[in-house]
Design a binder for this molecule. Structure first.
Ligand code: ARG
Length: 466
């Protein structure tokens, strides 16, 4: 085998040690190029940083570096224009690019892999790639929060029945309800920033597993590639996929938040609630029932949370049985990671857009709150202020609610004399307490649903997000 096309002939045998070529089935089973070609930009960036360092350290000549740069520029151009020929025979993105480089620039291409292994190379590529993706996801998380804040701004005084156990509990500001989701997505944003910190460390220099005998300058490579630091243990560097687990975990939690919001949107839009409507462009029709307008986007967002959580489970399971250090199992980290990123990105985009266009049916919400005796707690609190122990007040109000239900009216519709029959201390001022707006206004403490508090929270989120 002539040395110049050795890499090209990987299909025939890996090295002189092998006496027969790989079976076709094994080749297809072990190859990753069909999906890991997505890492090509990171792979080239990593190779260039490595090559520059090799030259700075006197390990590879300046002319070789020049040739490597030239070759990589051409390869970049070929990939971008779709002319690059990805070969299954060359297994993965790393070998494909290296083989083409050698084809283009000869021996210089063969010097690139000095002091490096695909083990530290792939770990570097995935981290680089994920870091870039994280940096495009963070703004989408913020856009999602902003979309919610913008709707909230218009609905501080809109009253929604707050639920516990899916039963009407107490009236809340619709804005307050939306801001609960802003809190969730704000925590997701924090988590993402945290994942980024641990993703952004350089494995290169670990080589196959034990480090290398070449005098590499790992810190220099880290600086060139924008890493915050260098992995400190070579065995860990090539085998660690915590960053993937953490990212999938962040993504799963975020998708669970999206899914809960989606579920509420689906419920609110159903005829039984009738709290909101969605713009036609986010709905689909039915092929058989002409009256249908379905919230498919919300349903799919809810459904897609399943696949992201599934990827987290897949990645955890992928890692749990692996002895140190690199094992080919790790090749299985890519598809779930890629799909997690794609699913999360599309979901955040579409949900932010859809939430922004939500049509709020304020009267329907308010009516539902009125029907549910949502101010019963307020009456109990009123009695406590008049001196009753809370448990006794609770009991008094239960009787009042029972008779209101029998008469088919709201508490506020009971005549004062009737209310006084439940407790003599009840006065004319009870009606302000029994009103939905009075109930909201009363919850004027940090984190409460009073409009004053909600406005303060909106202002806080605004200054954080603008
Ligand atoms: N395609 C491989 C992966 O994704 C690259 C590393 C291969 N290393 C090895 N020693 N076979 O993990």
């Amino acid at each position: 085998m002539s040395s110049s096309n050795q890499l090209d002939k990987k299909s025939e045998a890996w090295s002189a040690l092998f006496s027969e070529p790989m079976s076709e089935l094994v080749k297809r089973y072990t190859a990753s190029v069909s999906f890991d070609q997505r890492l090509w930009r990171a792979d080239i960036a990593g190779s260039l940083a490595h090559a520059e360092m090799l030259t700075a350290q006197g390990i590879v000549g300046a002319d070789d570096l020049e040739a490597i740069r030239r070759g990589m520029a051409q390869i970049t151009e070929e990939i971008e224009s779709g002319r690059f020929e990805w070969k299954l025979d060359l297994e993965d993105v790393h070998l494909n690019i290296e083989a083409r480089l050698t084809q283009l620039v000869g021996d210089a291409g063969k010097r690139l892999h000095t002091g490096r292994s695909r083990n530290d190379q792939v770990a570097t590529d995935v981290r680089l790639w994920l870091r870039e993706e994280i940096d495009t996801l963070a703004p989408l998380l913020r856009r999602m929060q902003l979309a919610l804040v913008e709707v909230a701004e218009r609905h501080v005084e809109t009253i929604l029945p707050g639920f516990t156990h899916m039963q009407v509990a107490q009236p809340v500001s619709f804005a307050h309800h939306l801001l609960a989701y802003v809190e969730m997505f704000a925590r997701d944003e924090e988590r993402l920033a945290d994942v980024r910190r641990r993703t952004n460390r350089l494995p290169l220099g670990a080589a196959a597993l034990a480090g290398t005998s070449y005098p590499l300058d790992r810190e220099r490579v880290a600086r060139t590639l924008g890493f915050d630091g260098v992995c400190q243990n070579s065995l860990d560097a090539v085998s660690d996929r915590d960053f993937a687990l953490e990212f999938a975990s962040f993504a799963s939690i975020t998708m669970v938040h999206v899914s809960r919001l989606a579920e509420e949107i689906v419920l609110w839009m159903s005829q039984s609630f009738g709290f909101i409507d969605l713009a036609d462009r986010y709905c689909t029709g039915s092929s058989i029932m002409p009256q249908k307008r379905n919230p498919d986007v919300a349903e799919l967002a809810r459904g897609k949370s399943g696949r992201v959580v599934g990827h987290l489970m897949g990645l955890l399971t992928l890692m749990k049985g692996q002895p140190l250090t690199y094992n080919k199992d790790n090749q299985e980290d890519k598809e779930p990671l890629f799909d997690t990123v794609d699913t999360l990105r599309d979901t955040l985009r579409i949900m932010a857009e859809m939430v922004g266009g939500i049509v709020v049916k304020a009267e329907a919400m308010e009516l539902a709150a009125l029907k549910g005796y949502a101010t019963a707690t307020d009456l109990a609190d009123y009695l406590v202020k008049k001196g009753l122990p809370f448990r006794d007040a609770h009991e008094v109000v239960a009787h009042a609610v029972k008779s209101a239900i029998q008469q088919g009216v709201d508490l506020s519709e009971l005549p004062l004399a009737t209310l006084q029959g439940y407790h003599a201390s009840i006065g004319e001022d009870v009606f302000e307490v029994l009103s939905l707006r009075g109930s909201l206004k009363a919850r004027n403490l940090l984190g409460g649903t009073a409009p004053e508090q909600v406005r303060a929270q909106i202002a806080r989120h605004r200054s954080r997000l603008d």
